[in-house]
Every structure is written in C-alpha cells, then in structure tokens.
Design a protein around this ligand. Structure first.
Ligand code: SF4
Length: 430
C-alpha cells in the first residue's frame, strides 16, 4: 500500500485520539448494517482519500483539506448525518453519493469592495449599489443552514471585512459548523484577526493571484492589494486562524511553470494551505473567454501539482479543486456537496453554474435546496459548470445569472452514469 509518509505522525496522533476512534467505530457500525459493506473497503477508500493529501494538525483539529470539515469536529459529522435513509440503506445511499443536505454552503454577505466599487457576479466590478445582506436576515439564514446540518459555512463577497458586524455574524455560527471568511486581506489587522478568532472563526481564505505585486494589484482591482494580502496572511497566522490562499490558476501560470515557484512563495508567506482553482468565467474569477478554459491536459497538469506538493515536505499543502472533484475522487459537488447563495439570496448549485433555483428569503432554504437537488441527485464525474458552458453558444457564454427554478425534464446533461472513484472503492469495486 502506497502510504503518503508525510502523514504518518498525524495518523499516529489520530489513532490515539479517543474522539476519532469513537467516530470511526460509529461509522463502521452504521455501515455494517448493510451486508455489501466491508471494513477492508472502508480502509481502502480512506487510503485512496489520503494518498495525495497532507493531513495538517491545526490546534486540536486535523485537516484533510479546507473542502472537508476538520476530522475531529462536530462539523465533520455533517458528512454522515447528511446521508438519507436508515439502517442498511444508509451505506447504499452513501456509496451512491446521495445527500439530504449539503456539507458546505458559501454566502456572499456583501458586494462592497476595497476599490469603492461593488462586486457583482453578474457584471464584475460595477457602480451599481447593493446593500450588505441585511444582518438579521443573514443571521436567521445561518441558523436555518446550521439546523439543516451543514458542516462548512463560508462568508464571501465582495470584501466581508468591510462589514463592521462580521464578528457578530461569525459569533452566531455555533460549533455544528466551521466557518471561513473569503477575503482580499484588506482590513485584516492583527486586532481584527484576533477578534474574528475570538468570535469563533475557523479559517480565512485570502485571494492571491500573482507573485508580481503590480499584476496582483491589477487582477484584484485596487492598489496595495498585494501588501494587504501578505500582511493578512501574517496576521491570520498569528491569530491562529487556519490560513488558506486561493489562486485562480491560468494558462500562463501553468505554461511558464511558475506555479511551483508561486506555491513556494505562498509557503514562505506562511499559509497552511494553497487552494488552486481552474479559470471559470463567472463570479470573482472575472470575465474570461471560452478559450481560456483549461483543456484536459492542462487540468491534468494542475492535478499533478496537487499530488507532487502534498508529498514534498519543503512545499506547503496544496488543494486543487479539480482533483477533489475529479472522476477518481468525489466527482462534481454541485448542489449535493456544495451550494452557493449570492448577495440577493438566490440559491445556486455552485458559483459557476449559471442557474439559480429561487430565493432563500422567499422560500425556506431547506425546501428550496431539496427542489434544486432533484436535478443533481445522480453523481456526475465531470464539472457540471463546464458541461453547461460547453453547450452555450459563444455569444451567450458570459450571460449570468439565469433564473431557472426547475431544469427542463429533457435536460439529462448532468445525470452521470459513472460513480466517482472514492465511492466505487468503498462500494467494493476494484
Ligand atoms: S460545477 Fe464544477 S466547479 Fe461547480 S461544484 Fe461541480 S465540479 Fe465544482
């Protein structure tokens, strides 16, 4: 068995942790009610999950990646509590990737941005004015999301740090979920980082788009962005927040092979985890043309970085979204694993899918999510956003968002026939 040796000390600590042993035993007992389940396959699937991951200990928690709730937290339970059914049916539904609520929801809580403009998923930077998501409505939405059982809540924007009530919002997220703030770094002083930590924030995800100061500032849309990001990483680390950088990788970064150098630089800045995303045409990654989307070979190259870096102790931990959501791992997480709510309260299966299914301030999110999930129930090993974008006519490519409450019945685009790798192994397939 090819074990990632870099994880050995974390694995030993986890084995002697009574809460982890208890949780693993509970999962084993739960799945044992199905005769198709075997402990050997559970171990094989865990090995498959960890093969190219670096487990980090962050204070008293263990992190596989920022895409998964830390292992020994209440929030980790959302992975299993969200499986529909009971008894032997639970295991069957788990290996089919079925969910009764998502593991992770991001919410755009403001469209205010450091350049005195507003960030809108529709049009990028704009002069249009949107208010922050109203605090009382947001807090009650967060309560509903926690009552559903969601394990990760991401507060995004715009720049969430521009909200003076961010600490109060974070304080309202109890330990059933871990919370992350997505930020440019603007305004993350050491005091603010400590206040957010005291309010219960688990981690911060800081956008970092280039090692070159001028290029980063330009991409982020305001002067000084580079310095804000560097300082924010330092302040976040000092406050003991789990610190992640996020880069939307492009062809230039891949082709010049500067990505490895960039990853080293981010490690020197002090991040715990480097998150790498593919270029996507919508949302905060900016408006790009169809030609800028990655080819299969380019995606493979990006995934290889994930595998390479996590085995090399001289490099920081790297999480490539396209690896986590690949055919070999969990497939596309849209709706089932992940959902997104924009500044207006519109619910999407993913930031990058240009269809929303209604508004969480008009219909309770639990009911709305159930409706949305019906169109995404079958696991899909390809990125649904890319499937959808690939079918769009060139001139419609950047039209976003479209308001669709139910997909046409004839739409079979995202109904996958192939089970993603992790579930296959757990289900006993060779
Ligand atoms: S649509 Fe693409 S980006 Fe969105 S969850 Fe699925 S794989 Fe990820």
């Amino acid at each position: 068995m090819n074990v990632n040796i870099i994880n050995m000390s974390a694995i030993v600590k986890m084995i002697v942790s009574s809460s982890i042993v208890k949780k693993t035993w509970q999962i084993h007992k739960l799945f044992s009610e199905n005769e198709e389940y075997s402990l050997k396959n559970l171990i094989r699937s865990i090995h498959h999950l960890l093969k190219y991951e670096r487990i980090l200990q962050h204070q008293n928690t263990f992190v596989i990646s920022s895409f998964i709730p830390p292992i020994n937290t209440k929030a980790f339970g959302s992975l299993f509590d969200g499986i529909p059914g009971s008894g032997g049916n639970l295991f069957e539904n788990f290996v089919k990737g079925k969910r009764k609520f998502p593991v992770w929801i991001n919410i755009d809580i403001t469209s205010r941005y450091p350049n005195n403009k507003y960030l809108d998923g529709d049009s990028g930077f704009s002069e249009r004015h949107f208010n922050d998501m109203e605090r009382e409505k947001l807090i009650s939405l967060i309560n509903e999301i926690q009552d559903m059982g969601v394990g990760i809540i991401g507060l995004a924007g715009g720049e969430p740090l521009l909200r003076n009530d961010l600490e109060e919002i974070v304080e309202n997220i109890d330990d059933r979920s871990v919370s992350y703030v997505y930020s440019t770094g603007y305004g993350l002083t050491s005091q603010r980082a400590r206040d957010l930590k005291s309010a219960g924030l688990y981690g911060i995800i800081i956008d970092f788009q280039s090692m070159n100061e001028g290029e980063h500032d330009e991409k982020m849309g305001f002067n000084g962005a580079y310095h804000y990001a560097v300082n924010a990483i330092e302040n976040s680390k000092k406050a003991e927040l789990y610190t992640v950088s996020r880069t939307f990788c492009n062809r230039e970064l891949l082709e010049k092979e500067t990505m490895l150098e960039f990853i080293k630089f981010l490690g020197q800045c002090g991040v715990d985890e480097v998150r790498l995303m593919e270029p996507m045409p919508f949302g905060k990654s900016g408006r790009i043309s169809r030609d800028e989307l990655f080819t299969d070979d380019e995606r493979k190259k990006l995934i290889e970085l994930h595998m390479l870096c996590n085995k090399d102790a001289n490099l920081p931990k790297v999480s490539v979204c396209s690896y986590f959501e690949s055919r070999e791992m969990f497939g596309c997480g849209a709706a089932g694993y992940y959902s997104f709510i924009d500044i207006h309260g519109d619910l999407y299966p993913c930031d990058y899918i240009p269809f929303n299914f209604g508004n969480v301030f008009e219909t309770p999110i639990k009911a709305l999510w159930k409706k949305m999930y019906k169109s995404f129930e079958t696991p899909e090993v390809h990125c649904r956003s890319l499937i959808c974008l690939g079918k769009m006519e060139r001139d419609k490519f950047q039209q976003y968002p479209q308001r669709v409450k139910t997909l046409p019945e004839s739409c079979k685009t995202c109904c996958g026939q192939v089970t993603p790798g992790f579930y296959k192994i757990l289900g006993g397939e060779k």
